[in-house]
Structure formats: C-alpha cells, structure tokens
Write a protein that binds this ligand. Structure first.
Ligand code: NAD
Length: 470
C-alpha cells in the first residue's frame, strides 16, 4: 500500500513545504536490493571498553565487508584487529574528524564494562562522533547478557546499554539511522556474526532500538552469505499475499525451496507466488483438524524433512471486548496461536524437523502493548511470545525458535484501518513511516540463516522503534 505523504515529502516541492511547516520528513530508507550486495560500505568507526572480549569477532566480521575501518586513536585496538583478526584498521584522532565527515557505522564493544563508572567509556566514544553518522547509518553496541553477569554492578552497567541505545535510536531515527545492542553470553562471541551483519546491513532498515541475545551454540559451517538457505526446504503459512508473500520471496532469494501455504480460496494468488519463486503450494486451512498431519506427511514424503517453518498466517477480528462475538475470539485464537502449536507438535512428534531446523513465529507489537478493540488479537500475539520464550528452552538438535513482532507494515491488513488511526500508526515511530512487508521478511530470513545458531528465544520488533509498547 502506498504512503502518499512519504512520497510527497520526498519530492523537491514537497520537501520545502514540509520543511517550512516543520512537519516530520521521513527519509527513504536504504533497503537490500540484491542478495549479494555488501552488508556495509563506507567508513566504520570501532572502539572497545578495556578488557572487552568481542572486539576480535567484530573486526573479523567487518573485515569481510568492503567498509574502511577506523579506531579512535587506540594502538591496543588496532593491534588486536590487525594481528588477531587480520583486519586492517586505521587510527583516527578525534580532532581530525571535521563536521562534514560521515560514518556509515559506529560499533562499540562494551563487553568489558563491569562497573557503572566504566559506562563513561560509552559516552566518551559516542559523544564526539554521533553527529557524524550519515543518513541510514548503523550504530551497534555489543554487550554482555545482563542475566549472565557475575555481579549486580556489572548487570546494571550492561542493562544500562539498553536504555542508552533506545534513546540514541530515537535521537537519530529521523535520518534513517538505526541503533541496537547485541548481548552475548560469555563464550558465545563467535556467534555474533549473523546478528552483527544483520544490524549493520540494509536488511534491518525498519528495525531500530532493539536488543538481540546471542547464546552459546554448536559451531556452524562457513556460510555462503549470498545464498545461505541453499538446499533448505521451508514452509511459509499465509503466503499468498502481504507479509507471507514477501517472506516466501525472501527465503527463495536466499536459496530455499519454499512450500507456500494458504487457504484453498487463495489458490490462484498462492500459485502465482509459488510460480514466481520456483516453489510449490499446499492449499490448506491451518485450523482444519487434519492440517498438522497433512503438513507433516507432505514434508516427509516430498522432501524427507523440513528445515524452516514460518508461522505467518494470521487474522484480525477487532471489537471492544463487550461487543466482541464469541466466534471472533475462537476463530482468531485458533488461527493465530493454537494452530501453530498443533502444527509444531505434529512436526516434532513425526520427527519431520531436520537437525538445526528453524521455527520463526510472527507476533505483533499489539501483543506487547495491547490495543483498543484487539483483546483477542493482542492475546494471541502475546501468546506467541510466551510460546517462543518457553519452547526455546526445550529444543534440542540445534533447532531454534524466534519471533518477529511487526509494527505498522503496509499491507491489506493495515489498509483496512480507518484513515486517521492508520496515519497515526504510520508516523508514531522513530523513522516516521510504516514498514514494508520485505522488512519483516528480512528479519525472518536472518533468524532462518544457518549462521544464526546462537539466536534462540528472541523476540525482534520490526516497527521502526514504534512509540507503542516498551
Ligand atoms: N500488517 C501489519 O502491519 C502487521 C503487524 C503486525 C503483525 N502482523 C502479522 O503478520 C502476519 C501477516 O499479516 P499480513 O498483514 O500480511 O496479513 P494478510 O491478511 O495480508 O495475510 C494473511 C494471510 O494469512 C492467510 N490465512 C488466514 N487464515 C488462514 C488459515 N486459517 N489458514 C491458512 N492461511 C490463512 C490469509 O489468507 C492471508 O493470505 C499476521 O500474522 C499478522 O498478524 C501484521
């Protein structure tokens, strides 16, 4: 669906009108245009708090990009980068950074911060250079998971990074710049590559002010970053349109064979999507009693197993609770929540999931913040979060489960919202615009990537840092 205000405000005449009236001017976000595009280009400035443990991994990741790396006058940091990670890093003095210089990224390793006094290192790094981050730039802090910290002082300092980054994201969002904290448990630093690439790349265009948790996991094979899903078989529910269609296309772009599922009434649209991406179809209502068995048998028979399932199909049936008919509650909970559970149960029971399989669920910021007229929808989407958080602790064989929680995404679902509420939903975020279905799809593809082995139990909001929710 088109956002007329966004288009007009980015035209030459519109820009001057918007500026004269002091209205928000949403920037055109840089998005991934081809799968083999470099994940970050331009100048990236790095630094680390003393005794930090992720800098070598950070330099190795950045060393694989086309970006030019700079460290703020730190001989120790440059030695680490040059020697251990074989990445060329140049020294830069703060005085040499004039106001016209533009960095594409700022990356800070804060894993070594153990006291609240040491938090000052964060201020010292970001304060002089924050205004030098260019349009659609990226800011990332790598920290230590607060729940894994040895002392309350360290936990406080590490948790403080969250408030810091969420505020920074709000300050710079109008320029399309995003900011995140990647929390690693000690010993899991080698798994930061996938989240770091995602946060630094245009794939995370509409994700900002978020934290991602990296846990310990088995070592993964080297990833082909252009087609990371090559040889994988995926199921995407609700794939005939909107976000589901974008997910199917993105997983196929990344190399997967995608089985596109939707209700039989959507068969024509479903066929068109599957044909477009060289995938196949499974027209099915996920609430039908035999749906879990049909899916399970289809994947066993046709593919010998399943690597990725994306539970995307969902509906809204809005009414304030006192006016909500019983069938609105029953149907919605069944589609958005219970059927996911039943399908996964069958896939586990019949041992359809392959080793290192990926389960990705679609929640919503409505499930985080609640919404008038959406007690059924918000309950289903919070339920998805509870399900993901609990199941993630029980999984074996390298299988992971994560969820994305989209905010306002331009689809037929949001086109049905009354104009004024729709316009407010679109603008009430740090990037002043709605997201595209492809933005949600990129976050799902990131969780589905074999290199995301350390990502388990995460709930990632794709909402441009919506003001709604925490
Ligand atoms: N659009 C947004 O802004 C937004 C925001 C937050 C979360 N979400 C979530 O993202 C997901 C996709 O949303 P969308 O905007 O693309 O919606 P959409 O209505 O455009 O697409 C949903 C798809 O699910 C299918 N579906 C519904 N019931 C089904 C069933 N019983 N069996 C099989 N397929 C079924 C529909 O036919 C449709 O193709 C949903 O889970 C939704 O709750 C969307």
């Amino acid at each position: 669906m088109s956002d007329l205000y966004h288009k007009v405000s980015n035209s030459p005449v519109g820009r001057s009108v918007v500026s004269a009236l002091n209205l928000p001017a949403p920037v055109i976000l840089e998005r991934q245009t081809r799968s083999n595009a470099p994940f970050i280009e331009g100048e990236v400035l790095i630094s680390a708090a003393p005794n930090s443990t992720a800098i070598e991994a950070i330099c190795t990741v950045l060393g694989a990009s086309t970006a030019s790396l700079y460290a703020l006058d730190s001989k120790a940091l440059i030695a680490t980068a040059d020697i251990k990670s074989k990445t060329k890093v140049c020294s830069l003095k703060v005085d040499a950074i004039d106001e016209k210089r533009r960095f594409k990224g700022l990356v800070f390793d804060a894993t070594g911060i153990t006291t609240t006094e040491e938090l000052k290192t964060v201020y010292e790094f970001f304060h002089p250079v924050i205004r030098n981050v260019g349009k659609c730039g990226r800011i990332v802090i790598v920290g230590t998971q607060p729940s894994s910290c040895a002392t309350p002082a360290m936990a406080a300092s590490q948790k403080a990074l969250e408030g810091f980054i969420r505020s920074i994201a709000k300050e710079v969002g109008k320029k399309g710049i995003t900011a995140h904290v990647i929390y690693s448990v000690p010993g899991a630093e080698s798994h930061i590559e996938s989240p770091l690439r995602f946060c630094l790349s245009p794939r995370s265009a509409y994700v900002s002010g978020q934290t991602l948790s990296v846990s310990k996991a088995a070592k993964t094979k080297a990833t082909d970053w252009n087609t990371p899903l090559s040889g994988k078989v995926a199921l995407v529910t609700g794939a005939s349109r909107g976000i589901g269609e974008a997910i199917a296309k993105t997983l196929a772009r990344d190399g997967a064979h995608v089985v596109c599922l939707d209700v039989p009434q959507a068969k024509d649209a479903l066929n068109a999507v599957a044909t477009d991406i060289g995938g196949s179809t499974l027209p099915l209502d996920i609430t039908s009693p035999d749906a879990p068995q049909i899916i399970s048998e289809h994947f066993k028979k046709e593919f010998g197993g399943m690597d990725i399932v994306v539970h995307n199909a969902g509906i809204t049936r809005d009414k304030t609770l006192g006016r909500m008919p019983e069938q609105f509650w029953d149907l919605l909970i069944d589609i958005n929540l219970s059927s996911e559970e039943r399908i996964n149960d069958a896939l586990f029971e019949d041992e359809v999931f392959n080793k290192n399989a990926r389960i990705v669920c679609v929640s919503s910021i409505s499930g985080i913040a609640g919404n008038v007229g959406q007690s059924n929808y918000a309950a289903s989407k919070s339920g998805v979060i509870g399900y993901v958080e609990s199941l993630s602790k029980q999984l074996k064989g390298g299988i992971t489960i994560n969820a994305v929680a989209p905010g306002f995404i331009e689809t037929q679902m949001t086109a049905a919202i009354p104009f004024m509420i729709r316009e407010a939903g679109r603008r009430m975020n740090s990037l002043n615009q709605g997201g595209q279905p492809g933005d949600v799809a990129e976050a799902i593809a990131f969780f589905a990537n074999p290199a995301s082995q350390g990502m388990n139990g995460n709930i990632l909001r794709v909402c441009g840092q919506s003001l709604i929710g925490k």
